[in-house]
Design a protein around this ligand. Sequence first.
Ligand code: CA
Length: 228
Amino acid sequence: MKKVLVLEDESSIRSFIVINLRRAGYEVIEAETGEEALEKLKEFPETRVALLDIMLPGIDGFEVCRRIRATNTRIGIIMLTARSQEMDKVTGLMTGADDYVTKPFSPAELTARVDALFRRAGGDEPLPGGEIRQPPFLLNVRNRTLEKNGQRVKLTQVEYAIMKFFMENPGKALSREEILDTVWGRDYFGELKIVDVNIRRLRLKIEDNVQTPTFITTVWGYGYKWGG
Ligand code: CA
């Protein structure tokens, strides 16, 4: 779920941006006017980066930027400026934008800027206070709690951290080393076995049948995977 909003009224430029961001793995939400962009952000509050053109019919990109920032300090904002808009850059940065790209720009330059902001805006991390919902599970990031079918599952902090790592990476094989690094930290020098011990305990708590686990599956000789 790497959502980026693109606000640009010129359809040829917009599709150029959209195609390149999609190629780079982003889910792109398009808007033609500032008003539409603000509506879309309300609809998709998990959007992490917004690219805003400045010259638009209706409210301009600066005003959009101001209005976004009034309620959202976390989203990364990149202004799309024209070469002649030297002053606009300055103003744009002052009204709360994080970066700007001058037209015409190359696909590589554009995606590099978006990637950088995306990482700074928290990447794939869930929003603070957010939750990860993967039925029958619901992980509440603020309370650090897990529910299965609406029932609280009591977890240790380590088990919670493993669950979060899994639920952030559904369907991806995670090596035991990766799990160890993420949950215990890179400078922890315990044994890999600690991962297996905790997984075994987690399975007892969350699986329907521990003999044939379906949520945490084993990737033989490698590690574990969330989901089959
Ligand atoms: Ca324009």
